[in-house]
Design a protein around this ligand. Structure first.
Ligand code: KG4
Ligand code: ZN
Length: 339
């Protein structure tokens, strides 16, 4: 009988310290996430120096929680996986050095996982990704439509020409005056508002590319102009108007890709896939086109180590291990990585 594979994953690229044990790349045995969100909210965004110090303070307690409550002992663990890119340099280094130390002490192979691969493989925690599938990657640094042809065999069909959609959510949240984290706050306030602002509709073409910077600049100017005239914007209505336009672009391009590539399956990945309106609109579009739709539950859309351990599984099967020269890469773009 084939032996079960248990991978311990570590994620510390931004403001969540998380460790998880995943069985066979699909089953979340136990996950602990310690978030620093409340601390950074006082500063309006993640303060890198504070974030890395907090990871150092928290990571041992997070591991202790996992090893005490998962029911898994060190001798059952087959490999240690860690996020090596992209993210805040100091934060990534805490996770990487912790992973190397565990790998050395317990003599377990080390697996380097790209954060975006983690977001993609979070889908395996719901139902195993079947190939080929169309993927929409939406995060703070990525906006791509991809063709998933096999494990780690992804072709970019279209991408943003400027800002990533998550970056746009965060900038607009800040200009409107919403607290950090911006994306989830726009999501919430949009529910309370009406689409009253007439905003430009970017990339109204047949390509599979996206653009968000024009929309962002338009909204920044609009808010400044209103302020100069002594008027206040209606924040809920502006959040709703922006979200409608941004999500419409993501859904329209996804529909185009489904048609162009005759896709019968679609997955979504990345932090912005936590957006309730985007999830609903994509699900409706896929239903209409009889396309099988899959999106991870909320807890696997925001940063977590479960997705890192899940993404490490196909690498484990290929014996794709790292050595102790592994270093953090704060800006590595996932789809540039060639095997
Ligand atoms: O994938 P992720 O962790 O980013 C990178 O790794 O770059 O996602 C973070 C992004 C942030 O821009 C955040 O505002 C956005 O995901 N986000 C959301 C929501 N939750 C997180 N955006 C819109 N609606 C949400 N509910
Ligand atoms: Zn993320």
């Amino acid at each position: 009988m084939k032996k079960d594979v248990y991978i311990l994953g570590i994620e510390s690229s931004c403001d969540e310290t998380s460790i998880s044990i995943v069985k066979n790349g699909v089953e979340d045995v136990y996950t602990c996430v310690s978030t620093q969100m409340d601390t950074h909210a006082n500063f309006g965004g993640v303060v890198p120096e504070i974030a890395s110090r907090m990871h150092t303070e928290n990571i041992t307690f997070v591991l202790e929680d996992v090893m005490s409550n998962s029911g898994i002992s060190w001798d059952m663990i087959d490999a240690i996986a860690v996020t090596y890119a992209p993210g805040l340099m100091g934060c990534l280094l805490v996770g990487i050095e912790f992973a190397k130390t565990l790998s050395l002490i317990y003599k377990k192979p080390l697996i380097a996982v790209h954060h975006i691969a983690g977001h993609i493989y979070a889908n395996n925690l719901v139902e195993r990704i079947e190939f080929p599938s169309l993927g929409l990657v939406v995060s703070g640094g990525h906006t791509e439509l991809i063709l998933l042809k096999g494990d780690y065999d992804f072709e970019v069909l279209g991408s943003t020409l400027d800002d990533a959609v998550g970056e746009c959510y965060d900038k607009i949240a800040r200009i409107i005056g919403f607290k950090y984290p911006g994306g989830p706050n726009i999501d919430k306030h949009a529910l309370l508002g009406k689409h009253t602002y007439d905003l430009p509709k970017p990339m109204d073409d047949d390509s599979l590319n996206f653009s968000f910077s024009g929309l962002k600049s338009y909204i920044i100017n609009l808010v400044h102009n209103e302020k100069q005239r002594g008027k206040e914007v209606n924040v809920d209505d502006l959040a709703r108007s922006f979200q409608d336009v941004a999500v419409e672009q993501l859904v329209r391009k996804s529909r185009l890709a489904i048609e162009k590539y005759d896709s019968s399956r679609m997955i979504v990945a990345g932090g912005v896939s936590a957006n309730a309106y985007l999830r609903d609109e994509l699900r409706n579009m896929c239903e209409e086109k009889s396309v099988h739709f899959s999106v991870p539950p909320m807890r696997y859309c925001t940063d977590n180590a479960t997705m890192i351990a899940a993404a490490a599984y196909p690498l484990f099967l290929k014996n794709d291990f790292s050595n102790f020269t592994l270093n953090a890469k704060s800006h590595e773009y996932f789809f540039d990585k060639k095997d």
